[in-house]
Design a protein around this ligand. Sequence first.
Ligand code: GDP
Length: 193
Amino acid sequence: DAEVVLVGRSNVGKSTLMREVTGHTFDTGQRPGVTRSPNHYDWTGPDFMITDLPGFGFMKGVPEEVREEIKTDVVRYVEANAEKILVGILVVDGKSVVDIIDRHSGPDEIPHDVEMFHFLREVGVEPVVAVNKMDKVDDEDERLNDLCDRLGLYPPWKQWQETIAPISAKRGDIDALNEAVRHHLHEAKRDDL
Ligand code: GDP
């Protein structure tokens, strides 16, 4: 069966999104840094499985080395299963993602989100960036164009609707994500013929 994985820094709204796409309830605000193993669920509607991977990046009260371990686990899981993973949904917080990327860009630093985006591509998993919390963003186009720029995607973002999906998980507004994911599933099926 086709598999879709969900990755992202902690607190971007992964649990909220999981609840929206699966209909299950998840602990939001789960104690951060508690290493969780991959969790598999069915996406409601189309026939594929969605795997929730632990959140990585900064978490209050979680030591650096534990954070690194979590990220390594996520990377290992994706590498080991890359062949059957069709889409990697990278969830980001639309309100803060560009600022965070800019703050962590430097000669010897690659921001987590940028690194993860390129990693997915490198292992042959189609990345879809779910830009969450768009209900809190005023100038949607400007934010999404800036994000494209940071990810090395030539703006305007509207050219990248299979890759950039603005959503508000909390409001249940995830159409753009459903469409982007469905696009890649159809492409994959076509390639099989
Ligand atoms: P996780 O750590 O990535 O699983 O994040 P959670 O799902 O626990 O969400 C973290 C916080 O962001 C919670 O307070 C959520 O209510 C909030 N949140 C999640 N999605 C949205 C959204 O679309 N809009 C807004 N404004 N807040 C959201």
